[in-house]
Each structure stands twice: as structure tokens, then as C-alpha cells.
Design a protein around this ligand. Sequence first.
Ligand code: NAX
Ligand code: K
Length: 492
Amino acid sequence: MRYAHEVGKVRAAEQALMARLPEGTLMRRAAAGLASACARLLPHVYGARVVLLVGGGDNGGDALYAGARLARRGAAVEAVLASAKAHPGGLAELRAAGGRVVNDAERALDTADLVIDGLTGIGGAGGLREPYAALARRTAHVEGVVVACDVPSGVDAGSGRVDGAAVRADFTVTFGTYKPGLLIDPGAAHCGVIELVDIGLGRDLPDPDVVSPWPEDLGVPRPEPESDKYRRGVVGVLAGSERFTGAAVLSVGGAVHGGAGMVRFASAARPVELIRQRWPEAVTTVIDPRPSALERIGRVQAWVVGPGLGTDRGAETLIEAVLRTKLPVLVDADGLTVLSRRRDLLYREAPTVLTPHAGELARLLGGGVTREEIEARRLEFVRRAATELAATVLLKGSTTLIAEEDRPVRVNPTGTPWLATAGTGDVLSGLAGALLAAGMSAIDAATAGAYLHGLAARIAAGDPIDPAPGLEAPISAYDVVTALPAAFRTLA
Ligand SMILES: NC(=O)C1=CN([C@@H]2O[C@H](COP(=O)(O)OP(=O)(O)OC[C@H]3O[C@@H](n4cnc5c(N)ncnc54)[C@H](O)[C@@H]3O)[C@@H](O)[C@H]2O)[C@@H](O)CC1
Ligand SMILES: [K+]
């Protein structure tokens, strides 16, 4: 896992450690890590042109000390000061190493091989003011490599919020621990490649607030030699209606390729007929929306309910029946709309996974919360939703977040803008439902589901590892289903 801590906790850990160390040690460790990362990015340090953008706080101090180290190795280092209060010790060290302060930022940036962004770090608050904002904007036209010190300036370190101008870095060198804003969009999209420099905070850091899994953290079960279809998990999918059939096909597709031992599908006659043709491996039942309907479907280990189900009384009856069972339930799409008028159904003992996008979550939370507010403050709202709705909440979006009360929020690292197309959410519901049925906990099933779903979309679009703009192609939700086996194979 990559671990991220909120800014207050980073500062507390830094203070605790600083109290045991000679003054200035931490800044020197940070600067040494930053300088060595920069040296690795340059073909030659000797003779390289390095420009430092220096704000009035310790982030600027880090940049100045790192610049001094590069100057001592023969780089031509110029500092552009955005504030009259630049770190005095760092400034003196840079000058002593042969670096200089310049006023013509345009000229310096135009000829730079490498730019260190030391405008603001964890102390940045609100949108960048001038002249910070103009300097941050100007980095977009730099031909050299842009390296952000700790956090790309203009990105809110705690949340990833960007309000106005922000540096778009090729590389971010962050200190001690990740900050949530480096992992969550829009901030994450400003970081480029992130390198974590250990400055010794280790034992002073509390439990993380946000984590992002590596593939080996996912714990997706593999069938054992003695596995049968029941041990691998039977997932029940209640989706589709006479009017909406496509969502059911995609959700069952996600479940079939999500590793379920068996998929039981129940719905109205038309979607059932379609599933029989499309997914002959699913066991189907035509049901009426009655409270006793589930009895006819047979044994399952987890339910998926909602995609294309409609929002009428019949849909509500089925959702109520499913949520009254003692089994894990994943509710998506229309199911979420129904729940926004029946929140009472959420208070149950077995795990519930909700998979809303920001608009659906706004309806679920009620109280005048808007989609825009959620999109701007995703971390805050996903946490709030997990507590208020007593559920595991997977908030879809440019970075999918997964929250459960009293646990670090999970950030999915595999998202791609190509996923923003109709029907992909239905695939995720079946996939995560299959993982729930396989016995994964709610948060682990949601995390692994989001990971595999994003990776399948990347594979379908053309380049799973390093999406090169222009080489990818638009995908359909069905392509995501088809690419799921390839996504699973990457975990082997
Ligand atoms: N505290 C520590 O022990 C360590 C801190 N380190 C560095 O120190 C940084 C934090 O330093 P600070 O707390 O001094 O804060 P920053 O340097 O991140 O930011 C504060 C400075 O930015 C200006 N500023 C804030 N918001 C602004 C805005 N919206 N527009 C324009 N200017 C704005 C402030 O006026 C102030 O000059 C970390 O990100 C890291 O780079 C590292 O040296 C490691 C050790
Ligand atoms: K910075």
C-alpha cells in the first residue's frame, strides 16, 4: 500500500522527530533527497541549467538547499523568489554554492533544463495568489523537466483540490509520507511520477488516513484444487427490467468474468431472455417483484441489486427483500435512487456496499448537498457517507475512493478517463459482487473490483501501463467485460 497522512499529522510527526534532532536536520534530509532525484533526471548535473521557484515558506527552503547541492556539483542554478521572505539559511547556502537570484523569470524558465517548484508545499492554503499563480502557470511552457518539491504548488495537499493555477509536474518528490492530495484527482493528475523520500518520520507517524493499493495488496482469491462452484461463490444479480435490459447484460458480464463460481440472475421476462442468450452460463429465474421472490432464486452468497431495475414500487420491494437478508449486498444505480427515499433499509447487520457517482451520492446524503460540492471535496464526502449511511461506500469518479467507517480511505490507482462511458458502472457492480460472493470483505471486494475494472478499461483502451496520449482508443462498457480476464492475469 502507499500510505498518505493528513497535513496536521505530518506536521505533528515532523515536530516530534525534530525535537530529537539537531536543528535543520529534516530540511537537509528533504533537500538531499530532492537534489539526488533531480540529479538522476538530468543527463549531466555539471553544466545543467536549474531554476528554483521559491516561495516564502519551508517548501522554498527545501528547494534552495537542494539547489545549493546541485550548484556544488557544477549546475548553473538560478532562483526566482516569489516572496521577499525566502528562507534565509537556504538562500545563504545557495549563494555560497555559487547559485544566484534572478528577476527575469521568463528568461530563466525558457532556458532551464530542470525546474524545481518550491512555491508552496503542505503550507499552501487556498488558490495561489500572485506572483505565485503566474509562475505556476508559466511552468506549463517549460521545455525542461518540472520537479515539484513535496506537493505541486497550487494542489491542496490534504484533499487534492485545485483552485485556479497549479504546477503540472513531471515528477514529484514528496517527503516522509504521501499526502492525500497526491493520490486524489485533480491533484493526482498534477504530480507526474511520485518519489517518496524517507526523512525518518516512520515511528512518529500514526495510522494512515488514505491508502492506495499495489496489486499484491488486493488479496483476490484464487481457486484451490478442491474448489467447487459453491466454494468459489454464488452471486445473485437482480438487475434490468422490461424497459432497461442493457445494464443487466453488463452487470452479469462483470460477475461472470469476476470469478464467481455461479451467477444467478433474476428479473422480468425480457431481460431474463436476453441473459439466456448472452450469458448461457448464468442460471436465470423470471420473478415478480414480491417480497417472497428471492425464495425461488436459490442459494447465493452475495447479492447485486439495482442496475436497470427501475425505481418504481416493484424495484423497491426487491431491494427491501434483499437488504432484509443476512447476506452481503451491493447496491448500484437505480437501487441507490430507491435507497435515497428508503434510507431506513440501510441499517442492517450484514455488509452493504454502495457504488454511487457524485450525483447519486448527493441524492443519498440529501440535506441540500450538491453533486458539485461532492466532486470538489470527494474525500470529505466519501467519509461522511460511510458513516451516515452505515455502509462501505465506493464513490466513482476520476479517482475512485472507497470508505468504511474508522478505516483509511482507499484510493484506486488504475482509473482512466476512458472509463467515463455509459454502462461501465454496471460492469463494476457485477464484478465487485462476484468478489463479495467469493468471501472477500466489503472494503476489499470494492477495492479489488475498482482496481480490476480500471485496469481492464486501460487494457481495452490500448495501453495498460503508461497510457501514451494518442495511442489509446475509445472503449465500450462491453470491452471492459472482455478485458477482465487480462486484468486478472496481471495479478498472477
Ligand atoms: N516541517 C518540517 O519539518 C519539514 C518541512 N518540510 C518542507 O516544508 C514545507 C512546509 O513548509 P511551510 O509550513 O513553511 O509551508 P509552505 O512553504 O508549504 O507554504 C507556506 C508559504 O507559502 C505561502 N502561501 C501559502 N498559501 C499561498 C497561496 N495560496 N498563494 C501564495 N502563497 C501562499 C505562505 O505565505 C508561506 O510563505 C513542506 O511542504 C516541506 O516541503 C521539509 O523540509 C521537511 C521537514
Ligand atoms: K511545491
